[in-house]
Design a protein around this ligand. Structure first.
Ligand SMILES: Nc1nc2c(ncn2[C@@H]2O[C@H](COP(=O)(O)OP(=O)(O)OP(=O)(O)O)[C@@H](O)[C@H]2O)c(=O)[nH]1
Ligand SMILES: [Mg+2]
Length: 449
């Protein structure tokens, strides 16, 4: 790749740029341990220390010898570390001044600041992981809910890679049969060889299943937009606070309390939810500000995945029928502690006592997952656009091969379609790749990963 020179030794802060107890600076590159030894004070000689050893030592400036920090240095040799090349991790004190001084020391040693994703790129280039695992690293770091985390971890452990490799082996076998028939005449082969249609069907189905898990993966990684809407004073802000388990939005008996909408993240049934508390709908408003708030509520409702339409069971006059009939809507009758009303299709809730809250949560997860097929964290699920595109390409090429066989087209056409599917699968795992693809994948990682 042009942007990355893998001959350099690179360094980066692997932990967040914020004050903390410990910070970790990562270093990687051929011969980096020898160079790093110039910045280790006292009698410690790290050049002879074995791989995976952790050494408590003093970091000094290689320029003027001043004491930078007391550190724990972990060394990785012979491909033992993340990147598959000589590498080290400095655990230093987590103050920002300390971190800055440690990073400056790395620059003094002649090391270069790593680009985003450069450690993972090196891990890929040194064969430590395939592309699906490398992408899973990023997906795991960005996971917002427990289910999304578990799904990313399965991919990191190689489940996706192994599944794709198995299917690919089948496709290679099919290709073999086609090639034999292309290379030899019918007389030489005899009548034993026929096209393995059943195997092809199985491969198409297996790849299609993984491709179709994308929507589930997206939901658990990106989450859904849930908007609390309804007449003023219904208890929307109270419910918002209940979801967040904190007193976040102002609650008051006065109508028109919430003006500007408020948004926050939470998880419901393992699904990351971006939750919006909005200004209550009223036919008349007391100010221009409230009117603008109501206008914003309507536009949030338009873009919602789920609308929780909330009504006060003791004040049911003002219901908006158009929202209630919307398929995205979950209707809620709140304040059931004050008045116990049963209405078909409505979830009966009391934000004050918590009664009905778990049913509301189940209704949200049901609605979000009902069309997905898989929502089980043990399932193999993808969440990545690139992987989905490659799988779609592989599926359509194999479908084209099937059609070609069924239509009695020449075998070299069948062979071309199967070849195209194999290329798509090769790109998926990274066996076949280009600088452009690598740039796109690793460029989206954070620095230090
Ligand atoms: N008894 C009872 N009171 C509730 C319940 N939920 C909310 N309230 C009360 O109802 C009043 C209005 O609650 P809010 O949460 O501010 O209502 P809102 O829908 O956000 O109102 P606006 O922001 O004005 O649109 C407050 O006094 C709450 O304490 C409930 O389940 N039971
Ligand atoms: Mg409110």
């Amino acid at each position: 790749m042009n942007r990355y020179n893998i001959e350099d030794t690179i360094y980066a802060l692997a932990t967040a740029w914020a004050k903390s107890a410990i910070a970790v600076v990562r270093i990687s590159g051929k011969g980096c341990i020898g160079t790093l030894s110039k910045a280790i004070g006292g009698k410690v000689d790290i050049r002879n220390k074995p791989s995976n050893s952790a050494i408590y030592c003093r970091l000094i400036s290689p320029v003027d010898g001043h004491h930078v920090d007391d550190i724990v240095l972990t060394l990785y040799r012979d491909g033992h570390g993340y990147t598959g090349e000589d590498a080290a991790e400095i655990s230093c004190h987590g103050g920002l001044q300390v971190v800055q001084a440690v990073l400056a020391t790395m620059a003094e040693l002649g090391f270069r600041q790593a680009l985003p994703g450069e450690f993972s790129l090196r891990a890929f280039l040194h064969g430590k992981m395939d592309l699906t695992r490398a992408e899973a690293v990023n997906e795991l770091i960005n996971a917002q809910g427990m289910t999304g985390r578990a799904m990313a971890l399965k991919r990191l452990n190689g489940d996706l890679f192994r599944r794709i490799s198995d299917i690919k082996a089948t496709v290679v076998r099919i290709m073999g049969t086609v090639e034999v028939q292309l290379d030899y005449s019918e007389d030489e082969i005899g009548e034993d060889l026929t096209f393995p249609m059943e195997e092809l069907e199985k491969a198409i189905e297996a790849l299609g299943t993984i491709r179709d898990s994308y929507n589930t993966g997206r939901l658990y990684s990106q989450g859904a937009k849930v908007v609390l809407a309804g007449p003023s004073n219904a208890g929307k802000s109270s419910l918002f606070n209940l979801f967040l388990k904190e007193d976040r939005s102002i609650v008051s008996a006065q109508k028109g309390t919430t003006r500007d909408y408020i948004e926050a993240m939470c998880t419901v049934g393992g699904i990351p939810i971006r939750l919006y508390d909005t200004a209550g709908f009223r036919s008349f408003s007391e100010s221009e500000i409230e009117e603008e708030g109501i206008r914003r509520s309507h536009s949030l409702v338009e873009g919602a995945d789920i609308i929780i339409y909330m009504v006060d069971s003791s004040d049911m006059g003002a219901m908006d029928g158009s929202v209630l009939s919307d398929p995205r809507c979950i209707a809620v009758l709140n304040k059931s502690d004050l008045k116990d009303v049963d209405m078909d299709g409505f979830v009966k809730l009391s934000v004050v006592t918590g009664a009905g809250f778990s049913e509301l949560c189940s209704r949200i997860t049901e609605k979000l997952t009902s069309d997905l097929g898989v929502s089980d964290e043990s399932a193999l699920v993808i969440e990545n656009d690139r992987q989905k595109e490659n799988l779609s390409r592989a599926v359509s090429s194999l479908q084209a091969a099937r059609l070609a066989v069924e239509s009695g087209l020449p075998l070299d056409i069948v062979s071309m379609d199967i070849q195209e599917a194999l290329e798509a699968l090769g790109e998926l795992t990274g066996e076949v790749t280009t600088d452009d693809i690598l740039d796109r994948i690793f460029g989206s990682f954070c620095v230090g990963k």
